[in-house]
Design a protein around this ligand. Sequence first.
Ligand SMILES: [Cu+2]
Length: 169
Amino acid sequence: MKNITRLIFMALATLPIVFSMFSLFAPAVADNMNSGIHIMKPWSRATPPGAANGAAFMVIMNKSHQADRLVRASSDIAKKTELHTHKMDGDIMRMRHVDSIPVDAGGSATLKPGGYHVMFFGLKKPLVKGETFSVTLEFEHAGKKTVDVTVQKIGAMKSKSSSGAHHHH
Ligand SMILES: [Cu+2]
């Protein structure tokens, strides 16, 4: 009798773990059925109070056999959302608006500080560490995908070349 009680207890204790694993994997599975585009770890940086602009970063994987392009991003956290990159202008690193971000078939595109990023102009409120907000990404072939962007601390994964660049808009 005691053994059965222990068995039931163990089964109950394991259930939440099994369920949380399912919830972790479920979005990836659903994604798979729609297209070969996967968005990995979308993140952003916390902004100081009153900051006008922000940016989001992520890795876009394209597991299909067709090249694709991120052509638009939108979010209601800011007045304007654009696709940007960084380019050297002489010896100054500047941000540039780009029409699209290419993702090779079977390849990936990395949006990171100092490179491609989703740019937010006119933040409606500060980005707070630990919070999430949603961004809708539109791909030429895969269509629209909405992702939850996690806000990390100020200065997270800062790249030397881009430090401060976002404050010069
Ligand atoms: Cu930018």
